[in-house]
Design a protein around this ligand. Structure first.
Ligand SMILES: [Zn+2]
Length: 391
């Protein structure tokens, strides 16, 4: 068992990172190769496991055995508890300059373990321009003992000035067979279910895991895929849009509400709430500014979660219409949604391949609209009306 086993189906990237770990080891005795670099950019589509790879890399650099996954250091990195590994995971829509400044200060410290100080920035594409500029100097001349590992969907998503200062490694979406194998071996999922969810998740490891372990996630997906058959009138489109929107919002609230409330309580406690002799009005007064910032952060996180969940539903619809197109064209491939064969055949009989292509385009356009800032309900409504037209 090593830390690399969590990184599914990425032999090329893993072999590069292993070489870098050997180089890091040599650098400790000043004999690193000329190619040695402390600043890395790992890219890959959502679900490819870029942050898993970043963490495995960090663990391997810190471990005395190149990432054994068993020693205390490896375990601490895996559990986000290593003193010399800082992880910035933006929950909201952007990473601001304050967060980056904090990281830079940490990055300049001597590592307490005597190995390296490692800074991981997930979603480096969310750095605001001032935040990216603040980071540049540290990337250009990192402290002697510091590693920077940035992650993003593609290299183009990162500012060119940042990109040019990093060694770039690109990950691919893992093959569904490999995702299924991981679920069977690691999560003890039944092989048949594992193979179904790996296909349904289109190779996205996290989504596949969620589908495999949460029956409600599978139910939600199934409901989404039934929508195209129900769009037989304009009012039906609006009703289905509202239902899909409601189900996404319910899910978002479920995930966020408890977390939001806990954060609020923590903040008030930090300002003295619950301490004997401290008046609540005094706490409210002192915590005013921090509470406003917290609410902004929570709102931004909610927006992002909503967009992510909606995008998930749109990807499910894409997979369905892709199946429909293959059936219409008579292409002999394994359907992603094999279990919905009768739905797919009905949809295929109702439209031409050209119309299905238009449906696929409309779904892609909706994904783009959501990723910028459009109102989720309006996007769903307009999409469903478009889908109804293609029938
Ligand atoms: Zn180890």
């Amino acid at each position: 068992m090593t830390v690399w086993q969590e990184v599914v189906d990425q032999e090329e990237v893993i072999s590069q990172l292993k070489l870098a770990v050997i180089d890091a080891e040599k650098a400790k005795s000043n004999s690193a190769s000329p190619a040695f670099t402390q600043t890395w950019l790992i890219t890959g589509p959502p679900g490819s496991g870029r942050s898993v790879a970043a963490r495995a890399f960090a663990a391997a650099i810190q471990c005395n055995q190149g990432g054994c996954a068993a020693c205390q250091s490896c375990q601490q990195v895996i559990n986000n508890a290593h003193r010399d590994v800082s992880l910035l995971t933006p929950a909201g829509l952007s990473i601001g300059i304050e967060e980056v400044r904090e990281l830079i200060q940490k990055a300049a410290l001597e590592p307490s373990s005597g190995n390296w100080q490692v800074v991981i920035i997930e979603d480096a594409d969310r750095l605001t321009v001032p935040a990216a500029n603040a980071l540049l100097k540290s990337l250009e001349e990192p402290a002697r003992n510091t590693f920077f590992i940035l992650c993003a969907p593609t290299a183009e998503d990162v500012l060119p000035t940042i990109r040019s200062r990093c060694r770039h490694l690109g990950m691919r979406l893992p093959r569904t067979s490999e995702v299924a194998r991981l679920l069977v071996e690691r999560n003890k999922v039944e092989p048949e279910l594992a193979s179904f969810v790996a296909k349904a998740a289109l190779g996205h490891v996290g989504v596949a895991k969620a589908l495999a372990t949460d029956p409600r996630a599978r139910e939600r997906r199934e409901q989404t895929l039934q929508i195209p058959l129900k769009l037989d009138s304009l009012p039906a489109c609006f009703i289905q849009a509202q239902l899909l929107h409601n189900s996404i919002m319910e899910l978002v609230l479920e995930v966020q509400d408890e977390r939001d409330e806990n954060e609020k309580l923590e903040l008030l406690t930090a300002y003295g709430a619950g301490t004997q002799g401290v008046k609540q009005s005094r706490v409210d007064f002192l915590a005013r500014g921090a509470m406003r910032d917290l609410k902004d952060d929570q709102k931004s996180r909610r927006t992002r979660t909503t967009r992510d969940q909606l995008d998930r539903a749109l990807q499910d619809l894409l997979s369905l219409y892709r199946d429909v197109l293959f059936v219409q064209l008579g292409v002999e491939v394994e359907l992603i949604n094999q279990e919905l064969k009768s739905t797919i055949e009905r949809l295929a009989a109702r439209a031409t391949p050209m119309a299905t292509r238009r449906a696929l385009d409309a779904i892609q356009d909706s994904r783009t609209a959501i990723s910028v800032s459009a109102n989720p309900l309006l996007v769903i409504e307009s999409l469903l009306i478009n889908l109804a037209r293609t029938a």
